[in-house]
Write a protein that binds this ligand. Sequence first.
Ligand code: HEM
Length: 388
Amino acid sequence: MDYDPLSPAAIEDPYPMYSKMRESSPIFWSSRMNSWVLTRYRDCLLLLTDSDTFASDWTRAGHEETGAASSLQELDPPEHTPVRRLFTVAMRSQQLDRIGADIRDLADGIMSRRSRSAGSFDFTAEVARPVALLGVCQLLGIAKPPVRDFAALADAMTRGMDAGLLPEVLAPALEARTKLNHQIAGWFDACDTGGLLGEVLGGAQGAGVSREAVWNSARVLFLAGFSTAVGAAANAALALATHPDALEQVRISNVLSSGVDEFMRFDGPVQGTTRACVQDTTIGGVTIKRGDLALALLGSANRDPEQFRNPDDILLTREPNRHLALGWGIHGCSGAILARIMIRALLESLTQTRGHLRLAGAPERLPRATLRYPDRLPLSFDRPEAQL
Ligand code: HEM
């Protein structure tokens, strides 16, 4: 099996390929990615939930220390547990509904201006990025950096996730990381004590968590939160603009409490996550050896017909919907509550804006394997003359 996630066909639409892989070789070794690739829901779920066997901290599987200090994403129990608890408690004590209301106000303002002016607009740049940045900055309790500058840093760092496949993205990613570290230093000095960052800083010592772990986790939180929320919003907007039935259903009935998760399952921004195997283990007749990397293709798992009825359709009231778009298990998304609030507020705003939402041009995508979403998404609100 020679799957190239950066091929033009995979960037355009990987789902038909995922379907073929699930059928013909659900687990295969990819020399291109230097990793096992798991495509079925059940195997991906196992990788996410069995952290004894599949490590986020790759040194447990015999990989060399990178020298880089760890964030909660690269730690495993027992070190992971207090860091995760510290962030989870601080997350729950934030006024997330207020953040949702502010997001809704910002989105309503942008969208109503857009619906009054003729022509198309780029949803990713004009709506998803400013809204996601507002959400994450309010959560952390920090001043909002200029959207364009921050989006450029975040883009460079998220593209760095694909450095194994595309070595040229590594240097810009490291440069962006250095710049982001400078910004974080400023936030640490000037954060609002009531925001999440102030709270974790205040609680770190009592919880036995080093300032370094807080620092690195704050960077992950900011990036994981911003880029994925931009991606989830852009993917959901694209799905609405290209699925008139779903758009109509969201407009006339209150389906977003389950619909938000269905949009994430249908086309989530995080296509995969990798773990290192701690001990030889056999899954689906394939033996994965200690030290080997294994990639769970979450995008494929979320379209697995063994788990989801009519997986290629958007069923806004799908129940149950145990999708993996937000991960699962001990490393599952710590920002999941805020993610749902943000996407819901945006989709409400998008569907309640007057005018007929329409795709106004071909979406443009950068070649990226890990994060999938349109980097440019031209939309318009067409309006019959009578409504103007
Ligand atoms: C809709 C938007 C989002 C999506 C699709 C998403 C997706 C994910 C996924 C798939 C993982 C698991 C990665 C793995 O297992 O390796 C994850 C972890 C994480 N997410 Fe999110 N995320 C979103 C929004 C957010 C937000 C808003 C925040 C915080 C502001 C956030 C913070 C985190 C953190 C800190 C982790 C690492 C947790 C750990 O390793 O213990 N995410 N996210």
